[in-house]
Design a protein around this ligand. Structure first.
Ligand SMILES: [Zn+2]
Length: 112
């Protein structure tokens, strides 16, 4: 196993993991549920490990591509799930928290 990614952002971790799984790369996440740390206020970053070392180079390229998409999308506003009120990155088409479809509930023009 080799570590290919680590992040303190749960959304980033989910997005990268999904991209790798869709690419046919088996991954294992470490520290995913690290909220209950022994040290208050300290959360070790979640880590994504590829199960097969042979997948590492391809996984690394997928991680870079995924983060680039995330970066370019960061300029658009995030959207709020109308079911669970979770804020989602604009690149997401479904809510990362509850899995429901994105519904354009934007309140940008409430007078219409
Ligand atoms: Zn939701």
């Amino acid at each position: 196993m080799r570590k290919v990614f680590s992040s303190n952002e749960p959304i980033e971790t989910v997005l990268v993991r999904d991209a790798l799984l869709h690419g046919g790369i088996d991954v294992t996440i470490q520290n995913e549920y690290s909220g209950r740390s022994a040290i208050p206020g300290f959360r070790p970053p979640a880590e994504i490990w590829v199960d097969r070392d042979d997948d590492y180079e391809r996984a690394r390229r997928l991680v870079v591509a995924t983060l680039a998409i995330l970066d370019s999308a960061a300029e658009s506003p995030s959207w709020v799930c109308s079911y669970c009120r979770q804020s989602n990155p604009p690149a997401f088409e479904i809510c990362w928290n509850c899995g429901r479809d994105r519904v354009d509930s934007s309140a940008r023009d409430p007078n219409r």
